[in-house]
Design a protein around this ligand. Structure first.
Ligand SMILES: Cc1cc2nc3c(=O)[nH]c(=O)nc-3n(C[C@H](O)[C@H](O)[C@H](O)COP(=O)(O)OP(=O)(O)OC[C@H]3O[C@@H](n4cnc5c(N)ncnc54)[C@H](O)[C@@H]3O)c2cc1C
Length: 380
């Protein structure tokens, strides 16, 4: 049977995984990126990302995260690379604001995700790194953890190349009809997948820009205390701290402790900004550390990242056809939570791309609306 010619544009986690899964479906795939895959401006490139099933009431992403976990472990076994560390994830439920956490526990019961519910005293005994004075309870998901993000992208890329996948450098543009172009010519292929992350918005001003916003996020890595391994991933979980607008990852392979304090609506020029963190983040992170991780007070910042997310109104991803070009499929819309879903997302997008099935309603371009924090998978 003749194979389809497929072009995937963008080699972040969404594009690499979609390319890999198209290839596994027997297609002939070329992956194009404007910069070297793994480059630091892509949202997928950092030392690590959290993988957790925790998604409030949203059973769909809860199940996807569980399936992805299994697929990451398979990829890890196949490649021999350390892609995932199962250090667990702790969600801290603040007194008076526990709706999302209560809903997560209900969803876990329904879907069958293992978890523990800890009292503040149990958190103090088990994870003394956290000061939990205003916390009502915590949920601990032991099979959650962290993905070594940069390594995951590079490993998937290698698997793709080893099986004959072609990787090219090039900047894809669009014409007035939003047709994808390379070197001034329309791209000719049976399928063109657009996985350009936040750049999807400027490339498709009529189709994607109206349903997306781009936000910068600064994250800082703080040194672990001299002579102590208390903040290493062997002894500390990832955490989600909605009450403080924060989440974090313990030190992994010497990275330092990543405390992300999200400052909402931070503007970013994704093409021109120097990737230096916002000054305000330093003060905010230090205040957060004093409040939640007192054992890190006085430690120094050892690394930092200023990166972007593209947000859809409902924080659902985008996997849908261009309304005017029947061979152009969008695959992205990160909304701050796509990395963990990478393998399942890529497999799903590939299936839509070869028309094995249609897309899910939640991933369609049309009818996007803002969700209430109750409905939202992220609780925000
Ligand atoms: C600070 C931060 C923390 C996060 N934490 C988590 C987490 O803990 N867990 C989680 O699951 N997710 C997390 N996310 C979200 C996750 O990282 C993203 O959802 C995911 O990486 C998006 O991947 P992507 O492939 O869509 O985009 P990207 O990784 O940005 O890739 C897009 C690619 O397209 C290329 N490209 C762009 N324009 C063109 C063009 N015109 N022609 C050719 N190529 C082009 C770019 O060079 C780039 O390589 C976080 C994101 C941030 C910023």
């Amino acid at each position: 049977m003749a194979r389809n010619s497929c072009v995937v544009v963008g080699a972040g986690i969404a594009g690499v995984m979609t390319a890999l899964h198209l290839q596994r479906r027997g297609e002939q795939v070329t992956l194009i990126d404007r910069w070297e895959p793994g480059h630091a401006r892509a949202a997928s490139t950092d030392y690590n990302r959290v993988i957790r099933a925790i998604s409030g009431r949203d059973e769909f992403y809860t199940r996807w995260a569980r399936e992805s976990r299994a697929m990451w472990l398979e990829m890890q076994a196949e490649s021999g690379q350390n892609l995932m560390y199962e250090c667990g994830a702790l969600i801290l439920a603040t007194e008076g604001h526990c709706d999302w956490e209560d809903a997560t526990a209900e969803t876990f019961d329904k879907v069958g995700v293992p978890y523990y519910k800890f009292t503040p005293d149990e958190v103090r005994a088990r994870f003394p790194q956290f000061k939990v004075d205003e916390i009502k309870y915590a949920l601990f998901e032991p099979e959650a953890g962290l993905l070594m993000a940069h390594r995951c992208v590079i490993t998937a890329l290698k698997m793709f190349k080893d099986k004959g996948g072609v990787v090219k450098r090039g900047t894809v543009t669009t014409d007035a009809q939003e047709r994808p172009m390379l070197d001034g010519q329309p791209i000719r292929a049976d399928l063109i997948v657009i996985s350009t992350g936040a750049w999807m918005s400027e490339m498709f001003p009529r189709t994607i820009k109206p349903i997306s916003a781009i936000m910068g996020i600064s994250v800082l890595y703080t040194s672990t205390p001299d002579g102590s391994d208390a903040f290493d991933m062997e002894n500390m979980p990832c955490w989600i701290d909605h009450g403080q607008g924060s989440f974090g990852i313990p030190s992994s392979e010497g990275s330092g402790v990543k405390a992300a304090v999200v400052i909402p609506n931070t503007p970013i020029d994704i093409n021109n900004d120097e990737r230096l963190i916002e000054k305000a983040s330093l003060a905010k992170t230090r205040t957060y550390i004093r409040h939640r991780l007192p054992g890190l007070v006085g430690q120094r910042v050892v690394d930092s990242k200023f990166n972007q997310v593209i947000l859809t109104p409902d924080t659902h991803f985008i996997v849908d056809w261009h309304p005017e070009h029947e061979n152009v499929l969008f695959a992205g819309g990160c909304s701050g939570h796509l990395f963990k879903h990478g393998p399942v997302f890529g497999d799903f997008a590939a299936g839509v791309g070869v028309r094995d099935y249609g897309t899910a309603d939640r991933f369609k371009i049309a009818n996007r609306r803002k969700l209430s924090p109750k409905e939202s998978p992220s609780g925000r």
